[in-house]
Structure formats: structure tokens, C-alpha cells
Design a protein around this ligand. Structure first.
Ligand SMILES: [Fe+2]
Length: 170
């Protein structure tokens, strides 16, 4: 590589140190919405874990506990990723409700079949949101976020798979 090539490489390396201001804004906004959805799905999963009934109570109760733990573990990582790139994240329950795309379920009684079907639908939508966020991060060359999102997509697809098998839908 000649001298000018070295200079160009140096300039490019300098530019690659930080994400652009637009990139930070767009990625943090996508992460904020995703975090709101993951909190929503976490609480719904725990809600159904607490209110589960029927013949398969033990199996479903335990499965939803495991899925809830996985969702909760995602929340801290999403929020801290936004902070690491210099953005901000959610502050409160009301902030979650302003940004969530997945719906709450406040019904007193929900059948086990409806619980599983609803979680399955939400889980599939979450995969879609994760893929969209992955695209945004990729466009801004935020490789650390894209690699974290790839792991979350795999975990979400595993939860979807389990839910689909027991809900009798594939
Ligand atoms: Fe529990």
C-alpha cells in the first residue's frame, strides 16, 4: 500500500471509531421500541405463568417461567447497548406504554389455548421487530448490536418453536 493508501485507510479508521449522530438516534429509537416490546412480552408471559390453569398446568407454568427469565435477561442488554453507543433508553412503566407495539392482556380469565396462541403471535411479531432493528443497525455498521440481535432472534425462534408445538400450530 502506498502512502496515500495508508492515509485513506487512516481516515476511514478514524471515521469508523464512532457511529454517526443520525445512526445513534435511529438505533436508540429502534432499541427503545424493542425494549418496550420485550418488557410487555415479559410481563404477559409472567401473567400467563401466574394465571395458567388446566391439565397441563405444571408443564405450561414451568415453560412460561423459563421463557420469562429469558425475556427479562434481554432487557438489561438492550438498554445497556443503547447507552454504550451514546443513546438513551426507557425510564419508566409509562415510557414502556408509550413505545410498546405488542398489546397487553388485562382479561381476568384466559384459557390455556388462548394464552399459548397469543404468546405465539407476539413471539413471531417480536422476531419481525428484531429483524427490522438488525437491518437498521446493519445500515449504520453497528456490528456489535447486529450480533447481539442475532442471538436474540435465535432465542425468540426457539420460544416460538416451543409455543407452536404445544399450541398445535406450526
Ligand atoms: Fe413463578
Amino acid at each position: 500500500m502506498g502512502k496515500s493508501g495508508a492515509v485513506r485507510f487512516g481516515e476511514r479508521a478514524e471515521q469508523a471509531i464512532e457511529l454517526s449522530r443520525d445512526g445513534v438516534a435511529e438505533i436508540s429509537s429502534a432499541l427503545r421500541e424493542m425494549l418496550a416490546d420485550v418488557f410487555t412480552l415479559y410481563l404477559k408471559t409472567k401473567n400467563f405463568h401466574w394465571h395458567m390453569s388446566g391439565r397441563h398446568f405444571r408443564d405450561y407454568h414451568l415453560l412460561l417461567d423459563e421463557q420469562g427469565d429469558q425475556l427479562f435477561a434481554m432487557t438489561d442488554e438492550i438498554a445497556e447497548r443503547a447507552r454504550k453507543i451514546g443513546g438513551t433508553t426507557l425510564h419508566s412503566i409509562s415510557d414502556i406504554s408509550r413505545h410498546q407495539r405488542l398489546a397487553d392482556n388485562n382479561k381476568d380469565v384466559v384459557s390455556p389455548e388462548d394464552m399459548l396462541g397469543e404468546l405465539l403471535g407476539d413471539s413471531r411479531r417480536l422476531t419481525g421487530f428484531l429483524r427490522l432493528t438488525h437491518e437498521i443497525c446493519g445500515r449504520h455498521k453497528d456490528v456489535a448490536s447486529t450480533s447481539m440481535i442475532e442471538v436474540w432472534i435465535d432465542q425468540t425462534e426457539r420460544r416460538t418453536w416451543f409455543l407452536a408445538q404445544i399450541a398445535g400450530r406450526t
